[in-house]
Design a protein around this ligand. Sequence first.
Ligand code: C2G
Length: 155
Amino acid sequence: MALLLPEESESQDASPDTRKGRGQAVRVITFGTFDLFHIGHLNILKRAKALGDCLIVGVSSDELNWRKKGVRPVFPLAERLALVAGTRFVDEVFVEESLELKGLYIRRHQADTLVMGDDWAGKFDHFSPQCEVVYLPRTPVISSSDIRSQLREAS
Ligand code: C2G
């Protein structure tokens, strides 16, 4: 089942065939570049963690960003990994090498729930037989691309 959750609501699925229903730790996974780490990134990590007990984050490699989005992140991968891992909401980080490997990453990390911002709404619904898919509203106004443009204009 794919869900588009409003601000501050929680996923309620506690049926007996879910980890939550069995009283086990619920594993949540999310993905992103997290370049120029900002409040929108912190908010989604905080809200993703609130949907479970353990938050695992796939941080997109520099190569993936260049190949898929034509963008070179300002902060190198090692720093983006460290920033994400350094927040108190994140339990594990790994490198997302390919957008096409999401199914594998979800299985490998035994994720019960996939969380993405609603700029991705509908894009990952096909994973719903594998795990719950939740889209959270983006934090308004701020984005890494806007920060990049503002810095360019200011220089
Ligand atoms: N985000 C947000 N609010 C913002 C900006 C970003 O909620 N104002 C969310 C995005 O929706 C995403 C996460 O923060 O879920 C990471 O955002 P980006 O670093 O922009 O990630 P993106 O480049 O969209 O990469 O496999 C998917 C991609 O790697 C996602």
